[in-house]
Every structure is written in structure tokens, then in C-alpha cells.
Ligand binder design. Structure first.
Ligand SMILES: Nc1nc2c(c(=O)[nH]1)N[C@H]1C(S)=C(S)[C@@H](COP(=O)(O)OP(=O)(O)OC[C@H]3O[C@@H](n4cnc5c(=O)[nH]c(N)nc54)[C@H](O)[C@@H]3O)O[C@H]1N2
Ligand SMILES: Nc1nc2c(c(=O)[nH]1)N[C@H]1C(S)=C(S)[C@@H](COP(=O)(O)OP(=O)(O)OC[C@H]3O[C@@H](n4cnc5c(=O)[nH]c(N)nc54)[C@H](O)[C@@H]3O)O[C@H]1N2
Ligand SMILES: [Mo]
Length: 763
């Protein structure tokens, strides 16, 4: 059946309400929103049980974001935030999607429901199969499911016909077993959500600083003079970061935010667990807010650095840290020479930020010996995503603000274990040393060819029918760019398999045969032959620690992710001398012993992961030892992006609302931005609306014409918003139909979902 565009994002209109954007994050409204979500999904006693142990030393790691937990003190009331509570309520819900549910609806009928509706049906309870030509999913035994998949894998003429995706919630133990199975099967086709997320950070930082991860620890926030938050909305996506920013301010730091829109969480914060905060005014966070135009951060940073160079020229050593630069870096001469060619006024104009504000930012940076730069998707999801981050690194290097306390890089990760999954080898481009080690320890010949990343995997499935697509978590269809194109890619597969907790659109846009394998979630007790197990995860700052489930699984038919992988591997490959798949899962310590044998930094893993708070992985950039190809930290000469917007064309960023976790829609409100009860909206500058003859509430079609293909997202409602001219914002995933598959970041291949060119047509 050919699907219409609408069926891929079929939100219904529910009655948009607009209010003024809020100026304070969290506080009582945050507490109220958390409670509503808990009460809607689970019994209060279950809610209490999970939340009480959330992010505690002996508890469950929040399945929400990857922000670290404090090393020392953890709040007795629980270390969590409003959006962590929503993540828990989604996972620990009492509602069930069982075989009776699937008997009620055809897949066609389900695909007409909104993502919000699908997600709210509850937890998937049984393994299900959609057989060729059938209209409904039906129950299948676990054994039957593993046999089915292994038969399909065995009929691959080349192991590279199969593609194994991973979303970042998967534990270290599951991720390690998964990549081992996939590589023993014979392919490096291990695309992951990171390809769509922080891949640009990984590429940029590896080249310049020698490690693809950030360099700071939480305590650096309390020792720094200045924090830059660029292209990130922590109030919604990393709310616990606001507590760290508050504490940093109390310790004397200043904060500059750089973002096209004024995000509430960066303005003011009332800690929901502090009576003083709740009753008082809260803490003002940003000392300076630069409303940069979308994807003009390079122009802004160059303008700031040119002002710094002006001062430095007057007296050498006044601004730049020459001791650091000469000892640790390469390329500063070329960098400064290029900077001198730039024109202050032109840069300022291109950035869209008033010049006096840029001067103020430059002064604050010049006055701060130690500084931290934080960023997220606002920098990575552009064609020049890698360059954006390398320009940030240039700034840090000029100041010598790396490899010392209170200073460094802080790419704030998304999924709660996305960083750990990469450390475990979920990567289409594994390093030779890693493969050598797998070969030595497990006695097999690992594949050496580079595998497909997410975008390449979509293109290959699109152009060459008959692939097998297996997803360890996630919602590939809705998370990926160019929804219609990705739909065809999945529909071309002979088999699509999803290990999932909740129903999502990727189960409904499927291959010739499709399977759903329901797994236990992070919050649930994982009992194996040797007793209750815990898993481990790595947070955004490289701390590896344990996470154990606290409540009984939502269905007796669920298996854990490691168990699913082991059983599939056993059915597909059988045991080898070195690996007895099922024995490994009896006691996860055995999997951790294997990880220790293969991956550096995991010495004494089983012992250290049991220490309170876990342990830090080695980080060369943190230690000031830059393991790049040149052996030094590298300055890079970064070109300015050129957006030649035609008359009537806009640059669109696709962002998250306050009520979603990626493609999981918790609710229809974006409370901080004052947008309620609706997701199919486009935020637009008021003057642009006048020029385009549009008014608030008008319905428009959004159109993208990249590569001579017309992509249409019909029926979006115009919302006037404080956003730079010629910039608009929509929500992910509703606007993903517009993100061109071929518009990707150079070298990291991350879809440019924050700089999509659109024209806007009134309906
Ligand atoms: N509650 C909740 N938590 C989450 C998630 C979630 O969906 N919900 N998702 C998780 C994941 S996987 C991730 S990766 C993170 C995402 O966390 P964020 O990166 O904070 O998420 P986005 O909503 O994509 O927001 C990007 C921010 O960048 C700004 N921006 C866009 N373009 C530009 C630009 O060109 N320049 C600058 N300076 N700013 C720009 C936007 O205005 C927005 O504030 O959050 C994680 N945590
Ligand atoms: N336009 C646009 N597109 C984007 C982005 C954007 O900003 N704009 N952001 C990108 C980013 S940063 C990311 S990270 C990707 C996210 O891409 P994904 O990680 O693929 O998507 P999610 O929505 O996080 O996946 C949600 C699904 O995961 C399953 N799930 C939840 N918990 C578990 C678990 O414990 N185990 C298993 N096996 N399954 C589980 C549930 O079934 C749920 O439906 O999307 C990307 N896409
Ligand atoms: Mo992400």
C-alpha cells in the first residue's frame, strides 16, 4: 500500500492555545506537570518506588537524558527532573499493548493514529509478527521469533545485506553483546542514533583534541569563570543541568547563552526541591543572551575572536594564553592570519546579533581565565556541524581553556547511554585496534570494511530492496530524515525487526515481514539464572556506573536486551569455543569480564562498577594530553557558512517541545514557549509574517525543494514568535518529512535538521 505523506505524521488538530512564553523554568508548575504524568500512567506506590531510587547510587539510571549525577551528594528526595518523571511514567505505565490490542486494529488503521496516541497505548507485552500479506500483527513465541530471524539472516548472500541499528538507551552489557554478535555474523553495519545526534562533535573533537568526548567533569562547573551554552535547550532536554548552572552561578561563574530563541530554561530557574527558590524569585541564569541567526554561530564566534585579537595586538599575552598555545597546539598562525582577513561589521551583520552585545560577550570572555563551552543539537545538526564545533575549540584553545580545572568542552549528550554504546563498539567505523582485540579475545576474523551509517543505510535500503533491518530500540522511521524516503527504504526490506518497549511508527511502516520483540525497560527488575542483575551505563562526562531496575516487569513475556541478543546469536551462529551465549546472560558479570578484556579503561570493571558512583574512564583531553594525528591540539581554519536564502525562503530548525522525548510524545504542550495543545505549528518572526501576508493561526504548507524533489509538510499553524527574521522553527518529528536525505553534515553525515530551507504557502 502506498502511503500518503500525512499518514507518516498524522497528528490531529486539538485546538491551539497560545500564552506568553515563560520566564522561569521548573518551580511549582514543573512539580505539577510531573505529578500529572505519574498519576495518568501508574499507581502512586509504583511511582514512589521508582522515583525514590532514580539516579541514586544504588538505584536506576534515569532513562531520559545523559546529564551526569553529582559525584558526592545526591538529594534525599531523589535526583530527577520533571522530564525524567515523564520518561519514567512512559516506561513504567500500567497500560498494555497486548495480542488482543493487535487483533483489534489492522496496521493500516494504526498508521492513521498520531504518534501521541500510539505511545499512550502502553507497553508491548508479547513478541509479535506481521507475516507477508497479512494486515494484522499476531503473537509468536520467542523461539519462533528467533528461528524466523535467524533463517532470514542465514539466507543473506553477504552479511552486509543486514543492517543493525541501535538507539542510545541500550546498556553497556547489551551493546557489547550486540556488536559482538553483529561482527561475528560478519558486518560492521552498525548505524546508531549518534549518527543523527553528536556525530559532528565526535568527528570535530577527535581531530582537534584527540578524543571524541567532552573533557569536563561536573565539578569543573563549580570552578569555572564563564559558561557558554550554545545551541542547547537544557531547561527541557537536560533539566538537571539547570541545578549545575545555578550552583556554578552561586560559585561566581557567569553564563552566556547563544540561541536563536529565548529558551526559558536559560533565563531563570527555580529549583523544585528548594523552598527558598519556590517562594522566592529563583536564580537568573544567563548574564548575556545572544539571539544568533540559525547556523550563524561561526560568524558570531569569529566576530568575538576578532575583537579579542584586537586587544591581544595591543599587548601580546594579555588575552591569549601563549604558554598553552605554544606548548600544546599547532596551527595558530594560519588561524590568526585567516581571522585578520575577516571584517567585524560584516561578521556581526551575518550573525544577526547587535554589535554592542557581541562586544560585551568578547569582554566577558577576555575577563575569564577559565571557561567551559556546552553545546548540543543547535551546533551539530547543520551541514557545517563539524566546523561549528571546531570553531568553539579554536576559542577554547586561544584561551588555554582546556585540560585544566574549571575549563573545557562539554558536548551534552542525548540518550542516557549513547556515549556508552559507542565506547562498547556500536560504530560503523571501528578502530583497527578494537577489531584486533576482538579477534585476539574471541578468536574470529572480524569484518574490516567500514559499515553503513544511518543515512547511508537508508539510501542503500531505498535503492537495493531485500535487506534485513534490525533495530535495537529507537524509532527509525520517525527519527530519520526525509520520512517519505525513509518509509520506502523500510518498506523495501524483506524483514524489519524492532526490539522495543513501546509501540511506534517504525512498527507500522515495515518490510515484507516484520517482528516486534518486547524488552524489559531500565526501571524493571532483571532476574537471570544467578539472580537479580544490574547493568551499567556511561554518562555525558565519562562516568561508568550501575543501574538496577526496581519494579517487576510489566509483562511476564518480556526478555532483557542481553537475553534477546544472546538467544538470537545462539539461533543464528551457535556457540563457539570462546562464547557460550546463554551462559553469558546467566550472570552479567561474565559480559563485563569480556568488556574488560577488550576495551581499555575497564580494568577491574566488575569491582569498580560496584563502587559508589562508579568510575571515570580515562580522558586524554581532560589531562591536557592531545592524542591527535599531530600529537597536539589543532587549531582549524573554518570557513563561514553561506546561506543564500531567496526571497520568500526561510531557514528552519526542527526542535523538541517540552513534552516529548525524541519521537515519544508525552503530551501536546510546550509550556515554556507558551504553545499549548498542538504540535503541528511553525514559529515565525512577526515582521516576516506581515511581509508574507500571514497572521497568527493561519494554516500553511511548508515546502522544501532540495535536489529537485518537492517535499511538503501540509497544514502547519503559524505562531508568532521572537525568532530572527528569515528563521522559523518546527517540531521534530512532524517536520522530518522536509529534511532532505542528502543534506548532511560534511564528514559526520549528520542530517542537517536544524537548517532546512523552506518556503511557506498559505492554505
Ligand atoms: N525531555 C527530553 N530530553 C531530551 C530529549 C527529548 O527529546 N526530550 N532528547 C535527548 C536527545 S537524544 C538529545 S540529542 C538532546 C537534545 O537536546 P537539545 O540539543 O537541547 O535539543 P533541541 O530541541 O534539538 O534543541 C536545540 C537547541 O538549539 C537551538 N538551535 C537550533 N539551531 C541553532 C543554531 O544554528 N545555533 C544555535 N546557537 N542554536 C540553535 C534551538 O533553538 C534549541 O534551543 O536532549 C536529550 N534529552
Ligand atoms: N528533524 C530532526 N530529527 C531528529 C532530531 C532532531 O533534532 N530533528 N534529533 C535526532 C537525534 S538527536 C536522535 S538521538 C534521534 C533519536 O532517534 P531514536 O533513538 O531512534 O528515537 P527515539 O524516539 O528515542 O526512540 C523511541 C523508541 O525507543 C523504544 N525504547 C524506549 N526505551 C527502550 C529500551 O529501554 N529498550 C529498547 N530496546 N527500546 C526502547 C521505544 O519503543 C520508543 O518508541 O533522532 C534524530 N532525529
Ligand atoms: Mo540525540
Amino acid at each position: 500500500m502506498k502511503k500518503k505523506v500525512n499518514e507518516l505524521t498524522p497528528e490531529i488538530y486539538t485546538g491551539l492555545k497560545l500564552k506568553k512564553p515563560q520566564v522561569t523554568a521548573a518551580g511549582i508548575p514543573g512539580v505539577k506537570a510531573s505529578l500529572q504524568h505519574i498519576l495518568g500512567e501508574m499507581r502512586l506506590s509504583t511511582g514512589y518506588k521508582v522515583l525514590n531510587k532514580l539516579n541514586q547510587f544504588d538505584g536506576t539510571d534515569c532513562p531520559g537524558c545523559a546529564w551526569p549525577d553529582p559525584d558526592d551528594h545526591r538529594s534525599g528526595l531523589g535526583e530527577y527532573c520533571e522530564n525524567g518523571v515523564k520518561a519514567i511514567a512512559e516506561e513504567a505505565t500500567y497500560k498494555k499493548v497486548d495480542p488482543a490490542f493487535f487483533a483489534q486494529y489492522t496496521v493500516g488503521e494504526l498508521s492513521e493514529k498520531s504518534d501521541f496516541w500510539l505511545g499512550k497505548r502502553g507497553r508491548i507485552s508479547h513478541p509479535m509478527i506481521l507475516r507477508e500479506g497479512q494486515e494484522k500483527y499476531e503473537e509468536i513465541s520467542w523461539e519462533g521469533a528467533f528461528d524466523f530471524i535467524s533463517q532470514e539472516l542465514k539466507t543473506c548472500q553477504d552479511p552486509n545485506e543486514a543492517i543493525f541499528y541501535t538507539s542510545g538507551r541500550t546498556s553497556n552489557e547489551a551493546a557489547f553483546l550486540y556488536q559482538l554478535f553483529v561482527r561475528m555474523f560478519g558486518t560492521n553495519n552498525l548505524p546508531d542514533c549518534s549518527n543523527m545526534c553528536h556525530e559532528s562533535s565526535g568527528v570535530a573533537l577527535s581531530e582537534t583534541l584527540g578524543i571524541g568526548k567532552g573533557s569536563v567533569k561536573l565539578e569543573d562547573f563549580y570552578q569555572t569563570d564563564l559558561i557558554l551554552v550554545i545551541g542547547q535547550n537544557p531547561g527541557t532536554n537536560h533539566p538537571r543541568m539547570l541545578s549545575a548552572l545555578k550552583k556554578a552561578k552561586e560559585s561566581g561563574a557567569k553564563i552566556i547563552s547563544i540561541n536563536p530563541i529565548l529558551e526559558t530554561g536559560l533565563l531563570n530557574f527555580k529549583h523544585p526541591q528548594s523552598t527558598k527558590d519556590i517562594l522566592g524569585k529563583g536564580t537568573a541564569l544567563s548574564d548575556l543572551y545572544l539571539q544568533v541567526k540559525i547556523n550563524e554561530d561561526v560568524a558570531l564566534l569569529k566576530c568575538i575572536m576578532l575583537l579579542m585579537l584586537g586587544r591581544e595586538d595591543r599587548k601580546r599575552g594579555q588575552i591569549f594564553d601563549w604558554d598553552f598555545i605554544e606548548k600544546n597546539s599547532l596551527g595558530v598562525e594560519e588561524f590568526i592570519e585567516d581571522l585578520r582577513q575577516q571584517d567585524l561589521a560584516k561578521l556581526a551583520k551575518q550573525s544577526g546579533v547587535p554589535f554592542p552585545q557581541i562586544e560585551k560577550a568578547a569582554r566577558m570572555i577576555m575577563d575569564s581565565p577559565k571557561m567551559i563551552c556546552c553545546w548540543a543539537m543547535g551546533l551539530t545538526q547543520h551541514e557545517n556541524g563539524v566546523h561549528n564545533i571546531q570553531e568553539v575549540v579554536n576559542l577554547l584553545l586561544l584561551k588555554g581553556s582546556i585540560g585544566k580545572p574549571g575549563a573545557g568542552t562539554c558536548p551534552v549528550r542525548g540518550h542516557s547511554n549513547v556515549q556508552g554504546d559507542r565506547t562498547m563498539g556500536i560504530w560503523e567505523k571501528p578502530k583497527a585496534a578494537f577489531l584486533d582485540k576482538l579477534q585476539e579475545v574471541f578468536d574470529f576474523e572480524p569484518p574490516r570494511d567500514i559499515g553503513f551509517n544511518t543515512v547511508e543505510a537508508i539510501e542503500v535500503m531505498h535503492d537495493f530492496p531485500g535487506k534485513v533491518f534490525f533495530a535495537m530500540g529507537g524509532n527509525f522511521l520517525s527519527a530519520a530524515p526525509d520520512t517519505k524516503y525513509t518509509a520506502k527504504a523500510l518498506q523495501n526490506c524483506r524483514l524489519t525487526v524492532h526490539v522495543s518497549t513501546k509501540l511506534n511508527r517504525s512498527h507500522l511502516v515495515h518490510g515484507t515481514n516484520a517482528l516486534i520483540l518486547p524488552c524489559k525497560g531500565r526501571t524493571e527488575i532483571d532476574e537471570q539464572a544467578s539472580g537479580k542483575q544490574f547493568v551499567s551505563v556511561e554518562n555525558s562526562m565519562g562516568v561508568v556506573h550501575s543501574s538496577r531496575g526496581m519494579i517487576p516487569p510489566s509483562s511476564e513475556h518480556l526478555l532483557s536486551e542481553p537475553d534477546i541478543i544472546a538467544k538470537l546469536a545462539k539461533a543464528s551462529l551457535g556457540d563457539s569455543d570462546k562464547i557460550k551465549w546463554l551462559e553469558l546472560v546467566e550472570d552479567y558479570d561474565r559480559i563485563r569480564d569480556m568488556i574488560e578484556a577488550v576495551i581499555p579503561g575497564f580494568e577491574d570493571y566488575n569491582k569498580r562498577v560496584r563502587q559508589t558512583g562508579g568510575f571515570y574512564l580515562p580522558n586524554c583531553a581532560r589531562d591536557g594530553d592531545f592524542k591527535t594525528l599531530t600529537g597536539k591540539a589543532n587549531f582549524k581554519v573554518i570557513p563561514l557558512p553561506q546561506h543564500k536564502l531567496k526571497q520568500g525562503e526561510f531557514l528552519m530548525m526542527t526542535i523538541r517541545s517540552h513534552d516529548q522525548f525524541n519521537t515519544t510524545i508525552y503530551g501536546l504542550d510546550d509550556r515554556y514557549r507558551g504553545i499549548f495543545n498542538e504540535r503541528r505549528i511553525v514559529m515565525m518572526n512577526k515582521e516576516d509574517m506581515v511581509s508574507a501576508g500571514l497572521k497568527s493561526g493561519d494554516k500553511v504548507d511548508l515546502i522544501n525543494q532540495h535536489d529537485n524533489v518537492e517535499r511538503i509538510a501540509p497544514g502547519f499553524i503559524v505562531v508568532p514568535y521572537d525568532i530572527p527574521s528569515q528563521n522559523v522553527a518546527t517540531y521534530f518529528p512532524e517536520a522530518n518529512v522536509l529534511v532532505p536525505i542528502k543534506q548532511i553534515a560534511k564528514r559526520s553525515h549528520t542530517p542537517a535538521s536544524k537548517s532546512v530551507k523552506v518556503i511557506i504557502q498559505k492554505q
